[in-house]
Design a protein around this ligand. Sequence first.
Ligand SMILES: Cc1cc2nc3c(=O)[nH]c(=O)nc-3n(C[C@H](O)[C@H](O)[C@H](O)COP(=O)(O)OP(=O)(O)OC[C@H]3O[C@@H](n4cnc5c(N)ncnc54)[C@H](O)[C@@H]3O)c2cc1C
Length: 324
Amino acid sequence: MKILVVLEVQNGKVKKGSLELLSQAIHWPKAEVHALAMGASGSLGAVAGDLRRFAPAKLHLAQHDHLNSYSPDAFAFTVAEAAKALGAAAILSSTSAQTKDYFPRLAVKLDTGMASDCTSLKCEGDQLVAKRPLYAGKLTATVEFKGTKPQVATVRPNALGFGPEKAGDVAIENSSIAPPTPMAKVNEVIAKAGAANKVDLTEAERIVSGGRSLKSAENFKVLEELAAVMGATVGASRAAVDAGFRPHSDQVGQTGKTVSPTLYMAFGISGAIQHLAGMRSSKVIVAINTDPQAPIFQKADYGVQADLFAFAPALTEAMKKALH
Ligand SMILES: Cc1cc2nc3c(=O)[nH]c(=O)nc-3n(C[C@H](O)[C@H](O)[C@H](O)COP(=O)(O)OP(=O)(O)OC[C@H]3O[C@@H](n4cnc5c(N)ncnc54)[C@H](O)[C@@H]3O)c2cc1C
């Protein structure tokens, strides 16, 4: 069974979620796994090196002016053509803002169905079997694909974990696919100061999140200091984002990002269903809240009833001593 794993490449590097997916797929019995990377001409030189630990059967490079920046129509077209040329029985990628946008278009182009944001994915014979959360994580659906059309799925970063290494040289094939001129095009991406060094929330192993109770943007410094010591990424509840304490890109929840870190620490977050929807698949949840009745404690593995303004700096100091 031929499987096409579509890689997400940022600043020339393969994103962790893509590597994780590849590291699992290459061990599925009967799977012949191919990887596809898309981008501007000359921008994908480092991709083969990134794949060496989890070598696929072949790496297909689609480099074209129309792929210089993200465009849903050019990306969907390129993946569809690459999948057809390969005769791929399954097309996979990790969940991201981009794949949420263009993978459904890809499924429509191929006249097939799609399982999005899966938290588990296996290959049984020629069939993918996926699990995906429904109703803000209250239910988990098992999804199987019927028929002979390509099976299309995206998988949540951090959900599968890394499979064992299978190192090897990566054979490269340069694709001649010429995507049409994009209907809409990003002319310039303006990176925020410091954004390049920040691990994206969706791929972070550790997240330190704050809520309305932080009271101001400046007060988030207590969480930033803790995050710096722990190697964590700072997140926020919608109340904190709506109040202007953090940008929307930091929001965790139903209308923000869905995260699956190993450790999620919620400081002064009540645990509304819409927040839980974005972080309930975290492996270990720690809640710090002054209110013992706060709903977040029902979901937390560890609960601390404390004032965050006293607890966070004390934890930062204790971690500094323990780790450095
Ligand atoms: C359609 C829709 C979509 C939504 N999407 C999202 C979403 O994506 N993400 C999201 O987060 N929310 C979302 N919400 C909003 C959600 O319902 C809650 O309003 C929001 O999550 C509450 O944020 P909060 O926990 O920071 O604030 P609050 O609910 O006000 O909770 C603050 C908590 O801090 C505690 N506290 C106060 N002071 C301290 C202190 N000094 N130390 C420790 N604890 C303290 C309090 O006991 C309380 O539990 C959505 C709502 C709707 C209707």
